[in-house]
Write a protein that binds this ligand. Structure first.
Ligand code: ATP
Ligand code: MG
Length: 129
């Protein structure tokens, strides 16, 4: 059963990270792998608060070999996902500078769907090998 949380403020992000931290204890993840997941959650949730124009939701669940996190908002959507993932957007100095590209690189699964009608949904998984 996924753990579902609303993302409305910075504190909600910390809460989501602490839930991920507990769920990851089921697996022998290294410290570095755990940190990658925490950074990914932080980046995706901050994007909701900064860019989507609305609030969002995060679902965290254990899967057979690790953890799956689904981050959803029904905000304005990302106009040019391909350009973003190719690094063609100018980096915003306010963040960690990792952004969506960094999250994609750090995860084993990264699935993004985004439209201006329905907003943005990103599914990430980290596997424990
Ligand atoms: N949930 C979202 N809703 C709407 N637009 C988004 C969302 N997430 C990202 N974007 C758009 O995609 C762009 C790239 O996001 P990304 O996280 O890679 O970089 P950033 O947030 O601009 O900078 P950084 O994350 O490095 O601080 C953002 O500038 C924003 O225009
Ligand atoms: Mg960002």
């Amino acid at each position: 059963m996924p753990h579902v949380m609303m993302i409305t403020c910075e504190n909600d992000i910390l809460h989501a990270i602490s839930i991920a931290h507990s769920k990851m204890k089921e697996f022998p993840f290294s410290i570095l792998e755990k940190q990658k997941v925490f950074v990914a959650i932080s980046e995706l949730c901050k994007n909701i608060l900064i860019h989507s124009g609305t609030t969002g939701e995060v679902l965290i669940e254990s899967i057979k070999n690790g953890i799956r996190i689904t981050v959803i908002d029904n905000g304005i959507g990302i106009p040019s996902i391909n350009a973003v993932l190719e690094g063609k957007n100018s980096p915003n100095s306010k963040g960690l500078g990792l952004g969506l590209r960094g999250v994609k690189r750090m995860m084993d699964v990264f699935i993004i769907t985004s439209t201006k009608e329905e907003g943005t949904k990103i599914i990430i998984e980290k596997w424990c090998n």
